[in-house]
Design a protein around this ligand. Sequence first.
Ligand code: HEC
Ligand code: CU
Length: 336
Amino acid sequence: MILNLLLLGPDPALLGTPPMSESPFSLLPAASTNAQEIDDVYIFITALCVISFVILMGAQIYFMLKYKKPKAGHRKTSPLTHSGKLEFWWSFIPAILLLILFGWGETLYMKMMSPPDDAISIRVTGQKWFWTVEYPDTAGAILTDELIVPVGIPVRLTLTSNDVIHSFFIPVFRLKKDAVPGRYTNMWFEATTPGVYPIFCAEYCGDQHSSMIGKVHVVPREEYQAKLDEAARLVQDEGESMVDFGKRVWDRGGCASCHSLDGTTKTGPSLKGKYGTNETLVDGSTIAIDDNYIRESILEPNAKVVQGFTPQMPSFAGRFDDKAIAGLIEFIKSNK
Ligand code: HEC
Ligand SMILES: [Cu+2]
């Protein structure tokens, strides 16, 4: 168990992320066109280092043994000073290798930096401690911590942040870029392999930084639209109870990244057993937690701020309709 932990790290299932590779010695799966090429450069550099190391250290050990100080007599210094030919080659060959590395790296970097014109556009916004993913090309679908992308179509991400610097990191695409408040950064990829892969925040952004994780679903091209519609759909199903519907809205809105349902305080107050009680606000006044108060908290979170908390909740106005808000209220009510 302990050996396993040391070798493999914690069980990915425990982290809530899909597993990436089977063995600690294998490279991560590469699930985008650029990822494979990035791995090729990486392997080339590593191989070059290993080969140079062996040649240099081998020669050094060989000469150390060959020219070690003799036991007695014969200590005359060699008349040789240097070899112009040898010096030329040991400068020329590494210089060529470095130029190859530069040329290869530069072309790949330029490719990584310039998204194709026909790329699908997706906006990603980081906020302590979740990612909001918007699909402006697709009737404004909005997801939390979930990126859905098709195989074989380039996707361009525009990143930004609502608070501090985060970093959007998709290891299987070998992509990582800072999400900076007040600025837009871009990256793009073309996925090659269907599957579910983890997304991490790679910039320490506060005490719950490690829980800022998400998933990217790579789906076959023909299923993309349907999958996206399905994930973005926020309509109560026939026969689905208000509470179950509300739970779906709750998951979609990423409410759980700030509100627990077990009494622990996160960025926002726990919503366990809150309905029907009284809340103290920053100005010292109290208010009953009823349907109207919850509705206002969701649409205009800063109108009444709870004592002991800072106004960090984003407004969900325009994102959830009345039905969805009613579902949320029922769901919150049901958490006694
Ligand atoms: C970025 C963190 C964050 C997210 C996401 C978030 N909230 Fe909040 N929420 C807060 C904070 C902080 C407060 C307390 C300060 C305030 O009243 O604005 C709060 C207050 C509330 C309150 C009032 C609670 C009380 O005890 O008086 C309700 C109800 C609420 N949120 C519901 C929701 C729902 C429903 C969602 C998801 C749709 C959600 N919140 C998403 C941070 C968040
Ligand atoms: Cu972060």
